[in-house]
Design a protein around this ligand. Sequence first.
Ligand code: FAD
Ligand code: NAG
Ligand code: NAG
Ligand code: NAG
Ligand code: NAG
Ligand code: NAG
Ligand code: NAG
Ligand code: NAG
Ligand code: NAG
Length: 644
Amino acid sequence: MKSYSLSMFRAGFLATILVSGLAQSTSLYTDPRDVSTKEYDFIVVGAGTAGNVIATRLSEDPTKSVLVIEAGIDDTGILPIHVPFLGFSNEGSSVDWNFTTVPQEELNNRTVPVPRGFVLGGSSSINLMVWNRGSRDLWDHYAKVAGDSGWSWNALEKYWDKASTYLDCTTVINYLSLTTHCSQISTLVPPTSNPALPPPPRNDPTLSNGNGPVLVTRANFPDELDDKVINASMLLQQENPDSRFKYTVDMNTGDSIGFGYYEESTGHGERSSSATAYLHPALNSKRRNLDVLIQTRAMRLLQSKNTASNSTISNGHSSVPHFNQVEVAQSVDGPRFKFSARNEIILSSGSIGTPQLLLLSGVGPKDELKELGIDVVADRPAVGKNLRDHPMLVTIYNVNSNQTLDDLMRNPALQEQLLEQWQNNRTGQFASTTSNVLGILPEDQLKGIEDPASGPHAPHLEMLFGDGFLGLFEPLPANGHFLTVLNAVVAPKSVGSLTLASVNGGTFTHPLINYNIYGDSFDIQAMLQAINDTETFLSTAPWTQDDFIISVTGRNSTSIGTEEEKIAFMRDNTITVFHPIGTARMGSKEEDVTDSRLLVRGLKGVRVVDASVFPTLPECHPQAVVYTLAERAADIIKEDHGML
Ligand SMILES: Cc1cc2nc3c(=O)[nH]c(=O)nc-3n(C[C@H](O)[C@H](O)[C@H](O)COP(=O)(O)OP(=O)(O)OC[C@H]3O[C@@H](n4cnc5c(N)ncnc54)[C@H](O)[C@@H]3O)c2cc1C
Ligand SMILES: *[C@@H]1O[C@H](CO)[C@@H](O)[C@H](O)[C@H]1NC(C)=O
Ligand SMILES: *[C@@H]1O[C@H](CO)[C@@H](O)[C@H](O)[C@H]1NC(C)=O
Ligand SMILES: *[C@@H]1O[C@H](CO)[C@@H](O)[C@H](O)[C@H]1NC(C)=O
Ligand SMILES: *[C@@H]1O[C@H](CO)[C@@H](O)[C@H](O)[C@H]1NC(C)=O
Ligand SMILES: *[C@@H]1O[C@H](CO)[C@@H](O)[C@H](O)[C@H]1NC(C)=O
Ligand SMILES: *[C@@H]1O[C@H](CO)[C@@H](O)[C@H](O)[C@H]1NC(C)=O
Ligand SMILES: *[C@@H]1O[C@H](CO)[C@@H](O)[C@H](O)[C@H]1NC(C)=O
Ligand SMILES: *[C@@H]1O[C@H](CO)[C@@H](O)[C@H](O)[C@H]1NC(C)=O
């Protein structure tokens, strides 16, 4: 088994249930036999980030019935989900699907973890809560690929607003009845105190200010890296006005490039997920038309009228297979049950689950399906293809500081005290995530290379800073203090694929996930640049004063070494940021899996709403991009069924 630097949290806390957990809703089922109706207007497969938006929005219409089918468990009362500081400890736990890749050739055949939420809220319940909108260019690129201006940045503004609310400093202070003034909380106001620089431009705050259910804040608790990162970016900008390391107040204005505080999906000291923000409020308001069935996996989609491969249902134009049933099971050998959808089935099972279900249902590359003995319902060669993720290099430094999180990680009594405080009034260190600041920057060596990013306002690289040993999949050393830098290539060129390992076991058998990390040598060059950029950044005064950085762990130097040594280091220390996309890509071409209204081409009655439809990677942490997609998709579905 893997071990985790924060495993001490997991071991103790997962068993802990909040004493005052919400009463379970009567329409939350754990057994398919208890669900009284077998036919609904809509069936949503997956109560994840996107699925809960769809289910909640569709069930706003009391005349339409909605069933949500979720493989994982209820999130209610699971502390590591709700306590922001414990966000890291969900990977590899009972709320994770625990997928891994196949051996990655360019990583010396290492496999890398593919965590995915196995719980209400899906990955929004287990992610690290970074809240990035992406760039204007990203959405404009999607609009172009889809041939639908409805996906452009400007057209989506209202859906961004519909998904989230930014709680500014004053709101947070009032909620906590604190006497502190906002300007006294260094993490909530951008520092303007560097006299050598003009005050950083304040972008229009309305841009990141919506009025939707997901709560968003800046970091709730300061750490020693905040000032270092912001000062370093300001100093580099002072030296060079065209600095690639510029400071930014707001990463969510459409020009996402810059270093600064990021926003996170927390509010009032708790994680805000699609379960806490959308699904539970809908269930608690006793919508009679919304049922949720958990601990139950969709196994495949079926055509009830005619299960033969060439079923014909006249829709007035052409004859296409029409899936209107979902077959489910609670264990691999357990009984199967069927639920029918009068209007349509929405697949929101994520970038791994959605292509897996389509393939198991006979929708995919004909030859692959035949080889596995699956009847071909629709030959869709792009299903499972175009799998992409952001490669991420984890670099850990020994540092000269006693303020890092490491001592807390080694101190169960202090953790217990902070947890008590959190339970008492949602304040203190546990009310915040384990990192506050990041930087997003463009490549500077693209001469002659086709730019893989969406456009000039979209970045290529990211640096995220953690004040302690955030090894993710390695144990915390018994001694020492650490800085973790997570470098990601956010516009990589490598493309991989997902295929079925076998038809046996259905969705109980893990698919073969191949990200093909560094398969394109551009990504190695890009990561080399990221390492160089990190060395440049960390050689500024805020880091060198007081000899803060001692060395890269396991080395005698603050540098990783020669280019050869850097590439070897990359092969040993790269994972991904857990952002897979693209396996049911949207596009205007016949070969694309979904069209601009997210309907699966070649089928009737099936739509995909989740990260698998993105044709290219968002150059950012994608959850807010998924929420925005889902909010528009809900309106598209309502429009198509006369509900608007
Ligand atoms: C560890 C981790 C950290 C991350 N950190 C960040 C971050 O800090 N910021 C950010 O923006 N993004 C982050 N992400 C990525 C982000 O969370 C995802 O991109 C996003 O949540 C994906 O949403 P989705 O709706 O496509 O899929 P999901 O939210 O994963 O939802 C899919 C749902 O479908 C269910 N499902 C799958 N198959 C079946 C089946 N056969 N039957 C029934 N149900 C099924 C799953 O259990 C799940 O609930 C992180 C992801 C992970 C895993
Ligand atoms: C993932 O692994 C954890 C720890 O072994 C386990 O408790 C959990 O059930 C696994 N998840 C699934 C979906 O099997
Ligand atoms: C990785 O595995 C492949 C296939 O087994 C093999 O050809 C290759 O040599 C291996 N690479 C390394 C670095 O071990
Ligand atoms: C479906 O149609 C194809 C081509 O029209 C044909 O080759 C195939 O045999 C048909 N399959 C069934 C089950 O009728
Ligand atoms: C950290 O604590 C140790 C032991 O108390 C002390 O010797 C050392 O000077 C401290 N280091 C810093 C950077 O404060
Ligand atoms: C929250 O609770 C802690 C004790 O658990 C207390 O010290 C602190 O003052 C409280 N804060 C507020 C804002 O009530
Ligand atoms: C990284 O820095 C080294 C040494 O300064 C330089 O030789 C190399 O070209 C740089 N590589 C990239 C990708 O920037
Ligand atoms: C950051 O800059 C401010 C203003 O110049 C200064 O007061 C502070 O000490 C600096 N902090 C660090 C860590 O460099
Ligand atoms: C670091 O330097 C010391 C002393 O010079 C040496 O003994 C040790 O092997 C070096 N370690 C590494 C990882 O290079």
